[in-house]
Design a protein around this ligand. Structure first.
Ligand code: ADP
Length: 503
């Protein structure tokens, strides 16, 4: 039968009793859809056909192969003319089969490659994890063995992590420190402002590059000095998460520095005492001359008075000479006193050429037969230093030169002053025998002398005086024979411009 809305239906009549019947109409399509299992339809085209094999309803995924006869089975009584037919699908052609096989092969290959890639990925991941664990263990070991204290803080200044060295340094445990905010328990109350200022400057990103030295108090009350360096703490995404600070305990270094300072001061005092000793010897040496002169002049004057020949002019001359000698002795003593009182040598401009002339004149009073030639640069600027001390040096050099030329038929000394850049170069050369080999290397060693009555102090003192002037005394044999002693002094240079900048 055909249903009014289209589609084949089959009528079922059931007798319900006397003259009554119930008619049920079932759609063949629905019947097939509900009753034929899908896996059957997957393998065979299922259809309900009539006697002429005309399909009334079908459930199939494709058209059946017409070359193969379908299998038919009557529904109910065969005379009713309704059959279920199962027809074979056309067999897949070679091309389709090959394509299918190819697809399966490709799929298997893709799966194999995917599996292999995954295995490789897993292996790499395991290796990376192992490396990470090793790296972490290495870092932890390194962190634990560090003697430098490390402390990390977040951007608000709260402690996020500390290493064991830091805990040892301050005496608080990791659990106690993590999460604390300033003021920290190890800050000194008396330094709280300074420490806070440093702390704030770090949070504002103005941490001093060379670190900052701060003093902290341990839990047990003892104190230590630490050099603190702060650097930004950057995470894997390149964002700043906070600050990392390293604390280097510099207490021992500071103590060593203080000790070294103390030692150097002691050494300086000792050196000064040695110099004072040298100076005392020089004073004795130097004072001898003016005192001898004074006693000579007074003896002469006494003789004149005794003989009744003491005329005023002679007395005046002798008196003024002994007065000058006494003044010289006074000046020498004055300088020694100044030196002992730790006063720095004077640094005043003075005319070195004029001083050289005075010294030569003074020297020649006792050594008139020595020919002294002076070659003094006329344009020499004033020298900078202590005139009286330099006078001692020049007189000493002249005396040594004079003594060295003692055995010469013609005794000659050449004094020269030249300008070399900003310096004044001064030298005293003689025509004596030169430096004897045994003294050459020990010229400036105290008590090194070749003279019977010498003290071997003169040159040592001269060198000390020049060192105080940041100069250097040298002594050597001259190419043409004899010895030459030379030193350099700083020129006073042009006067610095006086005046004030006008705003
Ligand atoms: P002193 O004159 O008491 O010996 P110095 O320190 O002045 O002490 O001199 C040390 C030594 O240097 C002298 O003994 C001498 O041998 C040597 N010396 C110094 N000046 C000269 C010189 N112009 N020529 C040769 N030798 C010199």
């Amino acid at each position: 039968m055909r249903a009014p809305g289209g589609g084949e239906v089959v009528g079922v009549v059931a007798l319900a009793g006397e003259g009554q019947a119930v008619v049920a109409l079932v759609s063949l399509e629905k019947l097939l859809a509900q009753q034929a299992p899908w896996w059957v339809a997957e393998k065979h085209a299922v259809a309900i056909v009539d006697v002429d094999d005309a399909p009334l309803a079908t459930r199939a995924r494709a058209a059946a192969d017409p070359a193969i006869a379908p299998y038919k089975m009557a529904i109910g009584d065969a005379t009713q003319g309704l059959f279920v037919s199962l027809a074979a699908y056309p067999r897949p052609t070679n091309l389709v089969r090959n394509a299918l096989l190819g697809a399966i092969g490709a799929l298997a290959l893709v799966t194999a490659v995917a599996l292999w890639t995954r295995a490789r990925h897993l292996r790499r991941r395991r290796e990376a994890e192992l490396r990470l664990r090793e790296e972490y263990a290495f870092r932890t070991a390194m962190e634990n063995s560090l003697t430098v204290g490390m402390r990390a803080r977040d951007l608000q200044g709260a402690v996020t992590s500390v290493n064991p060295a830091f805990c040892r340094m301050v005496g608080w445990s990791q659990e106690e420190l993590v999460g604390t905010r300033p003021p920290m328990p190890y800050w000194r109350e008396e330094d709280i402002e300074r420490t806070r200022a440093f702390h704030d400057s770090v949070l504002e990103g103005r941490a001093p590059k060379n670190g900052m030295e701060l003093r902290f108090r341990r839990r047990d009350g003892t104190e230590f000095d630490a050099l603190v360096y702060e650097a930004p703490l950057i995470d894997a995404q390149g964002r700043q998460k906070g600050w990392i600070g390293s604390f280097v305990d510099v207490t021992a270094r500071k103590q060593a520095e203080a000790l070294a300072r103390e030692q150097s001061e002691t050494l300086e005092r000792t050196a000064r005492l040695v110099t004072i000793g040298e100076m005392a010897s020089l004073v004795a040496h130097e004072l001898n001359q003016p005192l001898a002169a004074i006693s000579g002049y007074t003896a002469g004057m006494l003789n004149l008075v005794d003989a009744g020949a003491a005329d005023e002019a002679a007395m005046r001359g002798a008196l003024s000479k002994s007065a000058e000698a006494a003044r010289r002795a006074g000046r020498i003593i004055q300088r020694v006193q100044d030196f002992v009182r730790r006063s720095e040598p004077r640094r005043e401009p003075f005319d070195l050429a004029a001083l050289a002339r005075e010294c030569v004149e003074f020297f020649q009073r006792d050594a008139a037969d020595v020919v002294v030639t002076l070659d003094l640069a006329a344009d020499a600027p004033p020298a900078l230093g202590d005139r009286v001390l330099i006078e001692q040096v020049i007189i000493n050099l002249l005396r040594n030169a004079g003594e060295a030329t003692g055995a010469q038929a013609e005794r000659r000394i050449a004094v020269s002053l030249t300008v070399e850049g900003e310096d004044l170069a001064f030298s005293v050369a003689d025509n004596g025998p030169g430096l004897s080999p045994e003294i050459e290397a020990r010229l400036f060693t105290p008590f090194a002398t070749t003279k019977r009555t010498g003290m071997g102090l003169g040159l040592t003192i001269c060198r000390s005086i020049l060192e105080v002037h940041r100069g250097r005394l040298t002594g050597a044999n001259a190419a043409g024979g004899g010895a030459v002693f030379a030193f350099r002094l700083r020129g006073a240079g042009p006067e610095p411009a006086q005046g004030r900048a006008v705003a």
